[in-house]
Write a protein that binds this ligand. Sequence first.
Ligand SMILES: Nc1ncnc2c1ncn2[C@@H]1O[C@H](COP(=O)(O)OP(=O)(O)OP(=O)(O)O)[C@@H](O)[C@H]1O
Length: 584
Amino acid sequence: MREVREAFARFWPLTRGDRTWLLLIIGCVVVAALAETASILLFAQLTDHALKAGSLSAFWEPAGAWLGVAVIGAIVGYLGNSLAVWTAERFVLRLRASVFRHVQDLAPDFFQKHRQGDLVERLTGDVEAIEQMVVSGVVGTVSAAFSAVFYATAALWLRWDLALVTFLLAPLFLVAARRFAGRIKTASQEERAADGAITSVVEESLGNVVLTQAYNRRRAEEKRLDREARAWMRASVRGARASEMYEQFVEVVETLCVLAVIGLGAWEISKGRMSLGQLLAFAAFLGYLYPPIRNLGQLGLTLTAATAGAERIQEILDTEPAVTEPAEPVREWPVHGWVSFHGASFRYPGTDRESLHDVTFTAGPGELVIVTGPSGAGKSTLSKLLTRFYDPTAGVVCLDGVPLPDVSLEFLRENVALLPQETLILHGTIRENIECGRPGASRADIERAATDAVAHDFISALPDGYDTEIAPGTATLSGGQLQRIAIARAMLRAAPVLVLDEPTAGLDSIAARRVVQPLRRLMAGRTTIMITHDLSLAPDADRILVVDGGRLVEAGTHDELMAWGGAYARLATPELGYLAARSV
Ligand SMILES: Nc1ncnc2c1ncn2[C@@H]1O[C@H](COP(=O)(O)OP(=O)(O)OP(=O)(O)O)[C@@H](O)[C@H]1O
C-alpha cells in the first residue's frame, strides 16, 4: 500500500486543471449509485405490494417511479462515464508529454543504457497504467465505496439482521484481495519488462535485417524473440491465474453469503416474521451489494499492478539530465567564435576511467582546428563537451571566454552547430530536413544552402524535388547525398562555431571528395573543430590537435607536426608507423 501512496502522491499533481471535472464525475457517480439504490428499494416495494398482493393497480406507481429512476441513472451514468474517459485520456496526454519532455533532455549515455523498445513500452503501457491508478482508480474507488455504503444502508433499512449476516462475510473479499496483490504485482512487473524486451528485439532485428540475412542470423534472432516472448507468456499466465483465482474465490464467498441469507430467511419465514417477498427482495439486493465490494477488492489489485508501471516511469523521471540550464544565463551577445578548453577532464557517468584528461587549447574565430588520434582516444567526447551534452568533471570549456554552464542551452546550440558522425535525418521532406537548421527559413534561403552544399542539383532531379519524403534509414538517397543535406542544414544554421565529427566517415573516396567542397564552404569564416581520421584537409588546418588515451599529446600545424615526426606523422603516413613498429 505504501507504494500505491507514494506513486499516487507523485502523479496526483498532474490532475491539476482537471480537478473540477473529477468532482463533477464523482457527483455523477454518487447520483448514479443513489439511483441504483432507489431502484432496489422500489423493487422491494414492487414485490411486497404488487406481486404478493397479486394486484396490478399496485404495480403502476412503483413501476413508473422505477423506470423514472432508471432513466435518470442512465443519463447521469452516461455523462459521468464519458467525462471520466475524457479526463483520463487528458491525464495520459499530459503525463506522456511530461515524461517525453524529460527523456528528451537526458544525456546520450541514458539512451545507451536503456533499450529503445523498453523506453517505448514505458511511454505507452506504463503511462496508461498510471492513469488506471490516478484517474480511473479514484473514480472507481469513490463509485464502489459510495455504492457499497448506499446499498448497505438500504440493506440495514430493509432487514438489519439479514444485512448484518451479509456484512460479516464481506471482509473476506478484502482479505482475498490483499493475499493476491503481491503475486499480481510481481507478474505485472515482469510482464511489462518482457513487453519492453519484445519490442526491443523486434526493433533491433528489423533495424539490423541486412546483418541478419547476410550472416544467416535468422535462427539466432528468432531464438532471441522466443526467449523474451516466453518470459512474457509466463508472466502473463501467472498474472491471469492469480486474478482468476481471486475471482473464483470471490464467487464461492458470494455463494456462501447468499446461502446464509436464504437459511436465515427460511428460519424467519417459518417463524412468520418475514414474508417471501421480503426475502426475495433481499436476495435480489445481494446481487447489487456484492459487485461494488468485489470491485473495491479488484481495484486494490489494479492499483497494485499499476504501481509496477509507476515505478518504471519514476525511474525515468528520477534520472537527472547531465546538464542543466543556468539559473541566470549570461545575456545573449553576438558570438565571435572563440572556443577554449581549460584543463578539461571528463569521466562518463558510471565509469571510473577518464575519457579526457586535462585538455587545454584555444581556437580563434574563423580558424580550422583538426582533432585527430587513434580510435577511442576521446575525440568525440571532446565534441560532446563543446556542444554541452556533458559538463567536464574538472576544468572548463568556454565560448568567447564565457563558461558554457553560464550560457543558456538554446543560445549555445544556436551558435555551436554540430554535424555528428552519423547523418541524422528527420522523418519529413527534404525541405523540412534542411529547414530544421533554422526554422522559418525562406524557400530561397533553403535552396541557397542546398546549392552551397552541392545538393541542389540532385534534389531538383528527384521527381518530388524538395518535397521528397525521407526518413531515417531511407533508401531514396545515398550516404553522400544525405550527408550533403546535413551540411545544407548546418549551412542554414549559420552558427559561428561548427563541430564536425568525422564528416566523411562511411563515405567512399569519391563521395568523400564530393562533400569536401561543400564542407570548405561551410567552414569559411567559422571556427571549425573537425574531428577526423581523414587527414586530407589537414594541410589547410590552422592547428592540428592529436589526442591519445584522453590526453592532448601534440598540437601544431601539419608542417610543424610532420617535422616533429611524432604521433601525428605516424597517423598521417601510416607506412611510417609500420616502419617504427618494425624497428622496435
Ligand atoms: N557513454 C559512454 N559511457 C562510457 N564510456 C564511454 C561512453 N562513450 C565513450 N566512452 C569511452 O570513452 C572513450 C573515448 O571515446 P570517444 O568516442 O570519445 O573516442 P573517439 O576518439 O571519438 O573514437 P572513434 O575515433 O573510434 O570515434 C572510449 O574509451 C569509450 O569507450
